[in-house]
Design a protein around this ligand. Structure first.
Ligand code: ADP
Ligand code: MG
Length: 290
């Protein structure tokens, strides 16, 4: 059991594009049993696209898209990018009273109308009846798309279905981790139906959905209280508290600087294959020390 072999392990990890902060991180990584993954940008490509627009109550597709895009100009959320991209080339109305509602969506006024754009919880909070879109919301979510709902003057007007596909190599990397005996968990602010559809496709064991941005670290604590040795894998600023809380925080390459600064392990590539490599090297290194 020499510190030298751990240093060699850190060096070997680097050859695989895995940057390990220190010897202690490699040691902790060898003892994990549960891996928690952020969904957007970690399991998925993080480049969502609008795949359907459905309008009700007299709204028109072009109008719904225009108003939704006008609001999203003020947001940096990946869903906002998708909606703005879909409306590219259109002249967007000016927005006043813009607000970002963390974990829910956005609100504001345009063309003299009060607008809400976001998830079911946001519309519920404002007592907007979404029954006329219920079937469509369910169908899109079951397909793994995120339903983004628009309300105009307190009446539900449209559903924009936004889909963010799994990263190409996520499924095989997760299958490898599964074979190696890890419990795989998804942690997301997205709704449970969409999250479960994607989890099924990915081969994830357990889904923790509808988590508000501040709740991610709390969710890790809960798993730890059950006696699990937890790694958190994420890429966003909002993942940083959870990366810090976990036994080992793993930041995806190309993610936010805050995530990288917080993590014990940083992947140079933006791929989950790096997670499997990192853990295999940690186990092999520590095994050799016994
Ligand atoms: P995540 O990054 O896991 O999607 P967030 O907390 O950022 O989690 O968002 C949770 C949910 O809130 C999203 O899935 C979406 O339904 C809604 N939401 C957040 N921001 C926006 C936005 N700018 N436009 C539309 N919906 C949003
Ligand atoms: Mg993310």
């Amino acid at each position: 059991a020499t510190p030298m072999s751990i240093i060699a392990g850190v060096g070997r990890a680097a050859e695989y594009g895995v940057l390990v902060r220190d010897a202690d991180a490699l040691q902790r990584a060898s003892q994990l049993d549960t891996l928690v993954f952020d969904k957007t940008g970690t399991l998925t490509e993080g480049k969502p696209q609008v795949v359907a627009v459905v309008t009700v109550n007299g709204a028109e597709d072009a109008q719904a898209l225009r108003l939704a895009a006008a609001l999203e100009q003020g947001s940096s959320h990946p869903l906002a990018h998708a909606i703005l991209e879909k409306a590219a080339g259109q002249t967007l109305p000016q927005v006043s009273d813009f607000r970002t509602l963390r974990g829910l969506g956005v609100s504001g006024s345009a063309e003299g109308r009060a607008l809400l754009l976001g998830n079911q919880a946001l519309l519920n909070e404002h007592n907007v009846d979404t029954a006329s879109l219920a079937d469509e919301i369910q169908a899109q979510a079951a397909r793994g798309a995120t339903p983004v709902l628009l309300a105009i003057d307190g009446v539900v007007a449209a559903l924009l279905a936004v889909r963010d596909p799994l990263r190409e190599d996520s499924v095989s990397a997760l299958a490898r981790l599964h074979r190696e005996g890890y419990r795989l968990v998804m942690l997301t602010g997205d709704n449970p139906i969409t999250a479960n559809a994607i989890a099924k496709e990915a081969g994830i064991d357990e889904v923790i959905a509808g988590v508000l941005p501040d709740g991610k670290a709390e969710a890790i604590k809960k798993l730890q209280a059950e006696g699990r040795q937890v790694a958190m894998v994420g890429d966003g600023i909002n993942d940083a508290p959870a990366l810090a809380q976990a036994e080992v925080g793993i930041a995806m390459g190309g993610g936010s600087d805050v995530a990288i600064e917080t993590a014990a392990i940083t992947l140079m590539r933006h791929s989950l294959v790096g997670v499997a490599d990192a853990l295999a090297i940690s186990r092999a290194t520590l095994r050799n020390m016994k």
